[in-house]
Design a protein around this ligand. Structure first.
Ligand SMILES: C[S@@+](CC[C@H](N)C(=O)[O-])C[C@H]1O[C@@H](n2cnc3c(N)ncnc32)[C@H](O)[C@@H]1O
Length: 342
């Protein structure tokens, strides 16, 4: 019976809602209604049987669809990322021989998941995720919804992580009416899109060096009917000097440090004509990967690094927080830095 169940699951025919029922030496394995003809064509014996309605949902997790050799179940991750219709999972070494079955279980378990991929980490300047297709449709393009905002994503062409959603919204909520925002490493634009859609900025400059990322952002801007994002495909080190911002977002956590002088160059100063009514200050949302006990000393060091860029610049870290655990010993840290300009 177990063999039949696994085969049905692999073919995407197994119902994940009803339980297998036994009558004497016969077992009835529930399949999805639209799969009857395919199951018949595959040689399964089809009978019509009235299954008991489950009192509680019978399967709490994709794990319940798997039949792994003894001792391996404990290695199954309890969480994985869902990006639009795509599941992305990291697997420890002992589970790699069963990666396809695990992918199949992810697709079978959740009707909203149409593809499953193995996550082999993010690399390179463009921070692209290395993926291996496991099950379902082999397409890395999808639309992810964050706080009601549509984000066009292609996981094999541009960076995106659903784990930063709370951080994207936290920063968006700080944006005041009429602000100019510079998102220096925008990727497919989650910070920029949330700010433009949920707040009333004068303009959001969304910059990324990866043209695939900015193309996807263009699609999202259109789909969300946004008008106040200016998309720039460029190296954030060589932006036009006319770009002036009250708030700069620097989410390139492995190397943002070397971009600090460039960020400061674009922080706004009041014009001689006095048309800029803002105070002589700006905010930088700065991100870095750090050992978890290094937040406090790094905050002080960051203030010093900013002060060292130009005479009379003052910097104060107003808030710091852990965005997420990055590795067992490191965190993705956020620092909100207030900068007073000369
Ligand atoms: C970690 S991703 C952040 C994406 C986005 N802010 C988010 O929260 O999803 C960093 C992005 O920086 C871009 N990048 C790397 N070097 C850059 C540079 N010199 N100038 C502009 N963008 C750069 C990469 O292409 C990548 O999309």
């Amino acid at each position: 019976m177990e063999e039949v169940r696994i085969k049905l699951s692999k073919e995407g025919l197994l119902s994940t809602f009803l339980r297998i029922e036994k009558e004497g030496d016969r077992a009835f394995i529930p399949i999805v209604e639209e799969g009857v003809e395919k199951a018949r064509a595959l040689g399964f014996e089809i009978s019509y049987h009235t299954f008991k309605a489950p009192e509680t949902p019978p399967r709490a997790s994709y794990r319940d669809l798997l039949d792994l050799p003894e001792g391996l179940e404990k290695h199954l991750p309890s969480s994985f990322d869902i990006i639009g219709g795509i599941a992305v999972i990291k697997l420890p070494e002992p589970l790699l021989p069963y990666k396809k079955e695990i992918g199949r279980a992810l697709v079978d378990f959740n009707p909203n998941i149409r593809s499953a991929y193995l996550d082999m980490g993010v690399t390179g300047d463009h921070r692209i995720r290395n993926l291996e297709h496991l099950a379902g449709e082999n397409s890395t393009r999808t639309v992810h919804v964050e706080y009601g905002v549509k984000i066009y994503v292609d996981l094999s062409k541009a960076y995106f992580s659903p784990r930063l959603a709370t951080e994207h919204m936290r920063v968006a909520e700080m944006v005041q009416d009429g602000e100019r925002v510079l998102d220096m490493f925008a990727g497919v634009g989650p910070f920029s899109l949330l700010i433009a859609k949920k707040r009333r900025p004068r303009v959001v400059y969304a910059v990324d060096i990866n043209p695939h990322a900015t193309d996807l952002l263009r699609e999202s801007v259109k789909a969300n009917r946004i008008t106040n994002i200016e998309i720039i495909t460029a190296d954030a080190r060589s932006l036009p000097p006319e770009i002036r911002a009250d708030r700069v977002i620097m989410n390139l956590p492995h190397s943002a440090r070397s971009f600090l002088p460039h960020a400061l160059r674009h922080l706004a100063r009041p014009s001689a004509a006095g048309e800029d009514t803002r105070e002589n200050r700006g905010i930088i949302h700065y991100y870095e990967i750090l050992p978890k006990d290094a937040m406090e000393p790094r905050a002080r060091e960051l203030e010093e690094e900013i002060r060292a860029v130009a005479a009379d610049i003052e910097a104060r870290v107003r808030n710091s927080r852990i965005v997420r655990q990055y590795s067992p010993s490191e965190v993705h840290a956020a620092f909100d830095v207030e900068v007073l300009l000369p």
